[in-house]
Design a protein. Structure first.
Length: 125
């Protein structure tokens, strides 16, 4: 991984104290896009990721809080269910982020549901 090449990262946290939670959330909103309550997506170089994590380390209590950053491969496919952050048909302008967050990605595939996902007659009752 190049130190100056930007990559996508999923940044997640579990903060025990409500006051620290508010500070971490506000900080991450300035540097990343929220995709769920405590999950953010950021496009960062390795240098910026290290700086971001160092800034987060100053805002948390490592004895009770948990912060994680997961790199997302360029060819990753995302599966989403339930309420989505982006409205249907909206794709972000960044091609890296768009590939991950485009809710219609993969629609050209066959629409046949796998056997386990087909509606069950009993669930209608």
């Amino acid at each position: 991984m190049s130190f100056n090449e930007a990559h996508l990262y999923l940044i997640c946290y579990d903060i025990a104290d409500p006051r620290r939670l508010q500070k971490v959330h506000a900080f991450l909103r300035r540097h990343a896009m929220p995709v769920q309550y405590s999950v953010f997506l950021a496009r960062l170089t390795e240098r910026r990721l290290l700086n971001l994590l160092a800034d987060l380390a100053r805002r948390i209590d490592p004895r009770s809080d948990d912060v994680r950053a997961y790199p997302i491969p360029r060819d990753a496919d995302a599966v989403t269910m339930g309420r989505q952050y982006l409205p249907p048909g909206v794709v972000l302008a960044d091609p890296l982020i768009g590939a991950v967050l485009d809710p219609t990605a993969g629609d050209e595939q066959e629409n046949e549901l796998p056997e386990c996902d087909k509606p069950d007659d009993r669930s209608e009752k």
